[in-house]
Design a protein around this ligand. Structure first.
Ligand SMILES: NC(=O)c1ccc[n+]([C@@H]2O[C@H](COP(=O)([O-])OP(=O)(O)OC[C@H]3O[C@@H](n4cnc5c(N)ncnc54)[C@H](OP(=O)(O)O)[C@@H]3O)[C@@H](O)[C@H]2O)c1
Length: 329
């Protein structure tokens, strides 16, 4: 079968289409014919060995897939050949293998797809949908003014909607282009600001009537984090969740003292420790249902043939993309 393999760390060109052995499902496993494999920003960092633990090479990236059951291992429960399913591999502690035509996985990790939900949509709702959902649980936006960075991206576009559903009083979206800002407004943001322009902080301040946001969901890092801290309302909270957030925000002692005097919080967020097997299945069923009923808009950021994984990573890194990019084997 075809898969995308990384044999060395580096730029998008290290994502090499490779012929590898098709997996055979072991007892209790199922073989999935992948129809959509999600592409996530952290995979662009993993590819460069800039994310967490160094992966063992060679590796096949990809942590979320949707497709059909192509074979059943001995004793695989309650599943039929041809069933449409999603598999959040990451939730089972599996951080590789998704950029492939076939994946064998323990049947316990499989989640059924509603009949009308496209595979690409399901792929967009695993890492990114669960992240948006858990972010609003960790920092509840009901009645609050919130700032969402990278608001037209995969997580951001879902977070705008999830925060709105959860009762945010006012949503200010930031992104890097007029098109992205318009998209965020279409999804429910009340105001939008281009955070690549000078004085963007003053625009956010004006949009909050001078009070500043109560919550900042922050994934951009560097000076975006630093400016967010300056803008934050008293008792406000910044949730740092981006792998992008590796750029030094250069926070000064004065800024940290200001944080103390204003009872503000700077909190980290990591999805994985918040997941439980039962919770993941219930949350995905909710997200899939919302998307199927049209109550949650899932933006397509592009469908790339599996062999064009390098182009998919380039699109994500170039900041051209909006919504979710998927690979279609
Ligand atoms: N903590 C967790 O558990 C967790 C889970 C999932 C995702 N995440 C993080 O959430 C963020 C969004 O992930 P995603 O997969 O949905 O990606 P994405 O938002 O679709 O793509 C990344 C976006 O980040 C923005 N960006 C800001 N500075 C950038 C830079 N220097 N280079 C490239 N892009 C930049 C770009 O939007 P603009 O052009 O509008 O700036 C870009 O479109 C990532 O940082 C990811 O690591 C964290």
């Amino acid at each position: 079968m075809k898969a995308i393999q990384i044999n060395r760390f580096g730029g998008p060109d290290v994502l090499v289409p490779t012929e590898v052995a098709k997996p055979i499902p072991r007892p209790g496993e199922v073989l999935i014919r992948v129809r959509a494999a999600g592409v996530n920003f952290f995979e662009t960092l993993q590819r460069q060995d800039r994310y967490g633990a160094t992966p063992v090479l060679p590796m096949i990236p990809g942590v979320e897939i949707a497709g059909t059951i192509a074979a059943l291992g001995e004793g695989a429960p309650d599943l039929q050949l041809g069933d449409r399913v999603a598999v959040p591999l990451f939730a089972a502690g599996i951080f590789s293998g998704g950029y492939a035509e076939y994946v064998a996985v323990d049947a316990a990790h499989v989640v059924a797809l509603p009949p009308a939900l496209p595979f690409e949509t399901a792929a967009a709702l695993m890492v990114q949908g669960l992240t948006a959902q858990h972010l609003v649980r960790q920092a509840q936006p009901a009645g609050k003014t919130v700032l969402i960075t990278a608001a037209a991206g995969g997580v951001g576009s879902l977070l705008v909607q999830t925060a709105k559903h959860a009762g945010a009083k006012r949503i200010i979206a930031t992104a890097s282009s007029q098109d992205k800002l318009a998209l965020a407004r279409d999804l429910g943001a009340d105001e939008s600001v281009n955070y690549t322009q000078p004085h963007w902080g003053a625009q956010v301040q004006a949009a909050t009537g001078g009070a500043g946001p109560d919550i900042v969901y922050e994934s951009a890092g560097g000076d975006v984090t630093a400016t967010s801290l300056k803008l934050l309302a008293p008792l406000g909270r910044i949730i740092l969740f981006g792998a992008l957030n590796t750029r030094d925000p250069g926070l000064s002692m004065a800024q940290l003292q200001n944080l103390i005097f204003n009872n503000q919080s700077l909190a980290g967020f990591s999805l994985l420790p918040l997941l439980t097997p039962v919770g993941v299945k219930a949350d995905l069923a909710t997200l899939f249902g919302l998307a199927e009923r049209g109550e949650l808009t899932v933006l397509s950021g592009g469908r790339f043939p599996l062999e064009q994984a390098a182009a998919a990573h380039e699109a994500l890194e170039s900041r051209r993309s909006t919504g979710k990019i998927v690979l279609v084997p």
